[in-house]
Design a protein around this ligand. Structure first.
Ligand SMILES: CC(C)(COP(=O)([O-])OP(=O)([O-])OC[C@H]1O[C@@H](n2cnc3c(N)ncnc32)[C@H](O)[C@@H]1OP(=O)([O-])[O-])[C@@H](O)C(=O)NCCC(=O)NCCSC(=O)C[C@@](C)(O)CC(=O)[O-]
Ligand SMILES: NC(=O)C1=CN([C@@H]2O[C@H](COP(=O)(O)OP(=O)(O)OC[C@H]3O[C@@H](n4cnc5c(N)ncnc54)[C@H](O)[C@@H]3O)[C@@H](O)[C@H]2O)C=CC1
Length: 442
């Protein structure tokens, strides 16, 4: 996708999947192979799966949807989202449509700095041990970087060391914890493997310098030097809906923000909504979403209470939303150049660096959150969500083909999106209709 193409594809969701493919092929100049990948024809093959993980017995698919309308720092993005939950893709597209009309998201991100931890024990006096380690800073940096010379050539690598002395936790042994942090620039890689190699590589030198014993040598998933931030400002009048003025909708969103700030029970759900969007694009683009989740939730607790990752308030006639969270992403490494589905997802999102991808992720998280709190603070989540969930309910009840949409519509009209109701509707069809609905021979 060229940088000037639009992600504003009005009515895309009303097209058939074939028509969506045609639209994408035309817009993005997709090859036959790309289209085959989207259609699942050349999806991850068992042979490759067997090379990716252990004890492979097959592959597992998820729907891939496209989040639309997203504009970040003036550039449009199509957002590939692998997710099983209805309404997530619609919600991101919906929110992004409102935000783009208000000028789009602005976003920024830190340098790709990660931390490798080396745990030192039996070091004697903590101050003396700290001094010995810091005095050997250059030797430790040189040793760490010797394990990844290509990272140094790219401008990355181990940049600094820090020593932390932490109070001993409860227990029989009283020694304070001494942890050496390697501060590593991982460039376009998420970085776990290269950080772990460096951490393991410098451990013998740290033992030699201090006479101590090293135990753990591993990256930290609390990637708080690698934060991504996104922001949006929406004029209040652009929010009016459900026969409510924009100021009332904004008030509901502000109340949602206050609730999440004050109460961890609410903050957990607020952040789950944010991760609906972020995890979906993380899975599609081959990221380690467990690492992203771990980092996000640890960051949410940074002042000792679990807090929301985004906040909303009204300022000068606008609703202002902000999100900030750790974003350890890669455009190389892990499964990124291996999984064929990731290749097509990367083509769709069209970013040129891990940092650019981080800003898209942050904006997707904020968009997802906006759609949820807008509904929650006004008419409630069920109307929009259950209308889209109705198709799953219809399938669960046995409907197939064209009848899925028809049964779903009847469920929404009845205001009763339940499997029993769907079964009742199917049972009320004629036998011929039922065979058509279920694809059975009768
Ligand atoms: C569902 C909507 C978007 C409908 O909202 P609507 O008012 O029917 O949407 P619209 O008809 O005004 O359409 C506006 C745009 O939204 C998109 N859109 C609209 N409909 C579709 C669709 N069917 N498929 C794909 N895209 C759709 C599409 O881009 C469309 O533009 P257009 O193409 O028409 O120019 C709205 O009700 C909504 O955002 N609801 C919130 C849904 C939500 O947040 N779901 C997340 C799952 S719930 C959860 O797990 C998290 C939670 C809630 O617990 C988090 C928390 O508590 O904070
Ligand atoms: N706690 C955690 O989060 C852990 C995660 N992992 C896994 O580690 C994997 C990620 O490790 P990585 O080190 O990122 O992958 P990786 O081991 O594939 O290394 C990335 C490689 O890409 C090369 N490279 C090429 N171009 C680059 C560029 N522009 N910028 C940076 N590197 C470039 C680097 O030299 C490096 O060899 C993920 O699969 C993750 O699941 C592994 C252990 C623990």
């Amino acid at each position: 996708m060229s940088d000037t193409l639009t992600s504003r594809l009005a009515g895309f969701h009303k097209l058939s999947m074939v028509a969506r493919h045609e639209k994408l092929a035309e817009m993005l100049n997709l090859s036959e192979e790309d289209l085959a990948q989207l259609q699942g024809i050349s999806a991850l093959q068992p042979g490759l799966a067997n090379q990716m993980i252990e004890n492979a017995v097959g592959t597992f698919s998820l729907p891939l949807g496209l989040g639309l309308n997203l504009q970040v720092n003036g550039k449009d993005y199509l957002v590939p989202m692998a997710v099983e939950e209805p309404s997530v893709v619609a919600a991101v597209s919906f929110a992004s449509k409102i935000v783009r009309e208000a000028g789009g998201f602005t976003a920024e991100t830190d340098e790709p700095i990660m931390i490798g931890q080396v745990q030192l024990t039996r070091y004697g006096d903590p101050t003396e041990a700290t001094q010995k380690i810091l005095a050997a800073r250059e030797a430790i940096l040189a040793l760490a970087n010797s394990f990844h010379p290509s990272m140094v050539k790219r401008g990355g690598g181990c940049k600094d060391i820090e020593v932390r002395v932490l109070p001993a936790p409860e227990g029989p042994r009283g020694e304070p914890l001494l942890v050496v942090h390697l501060v590593i620039d991982t460039q376009d890689a998420m970085g776990a493997n290269l950080i772990n190699t460096m951490a393991e590589g410098v451990a013998p030198l740290i033992e030699q310098l201090t006479g101590g014993k090293v135990y753990l040598r591993i990256l930290s998933n609390l990637a708080d030097r690698r934060l991504a931030r996104a922001m949006c400002r929406i004029p209040l009048e652009a929010l009016s809906d459900f026969d409510m003025p924009g100021a009332s909708i904004a008030e509901g969103i502000y109340q949602a923000s206050r609730f999440a700030l004050a109460d961890p029970y609410r903050a957990a759900t607020h952040n789950k909504g944010i991760m609906n969007g972020i995890d979906s694009v993380a899975i599609a683009t081959g990221q380690d979403w467990r690492a992203i989740e771990a980092g996000a939730h640890a960051f949410a607790c940074r002042d000792g209470q679990y807090r929301p990752l985004s906040t909303w308030h009204v300022e000068g006639g606008h609703l202002v939303g902000r999100i900030e969270l750790p974003m350890a992403l890669g455009t190389v490494g892990g499964p990124i150049k291996v999984h064929p589905g990731v290749q097509i997802a990367m083509k769709l999102v069209n970013i040129s660096s891990a940092r650019e991808l981080s800003m898209v992720f942050a904006a997707v998280g904020l968009a997802q959150n906006f759609a949820a709190v807008r509904a929650l603070g006004s008419i409630g989540i069920q109307k929009g969500h259950m209308a889209l969930h109705a198709r799953c309910v219809a399938v669960t009840a046995g409907a197939r083909g064209d009848w899925v949409e028809k049964i779903a519509e009847l469920l929404v009209t009845a205001g009763h999106v339940k499997v029993e109701k769907a079964r009742e509707l199917i049972a009320s069809l004629s036998e011929e209709d039922f065979r058509a609905a279920t694809g059975t021979e009768g």
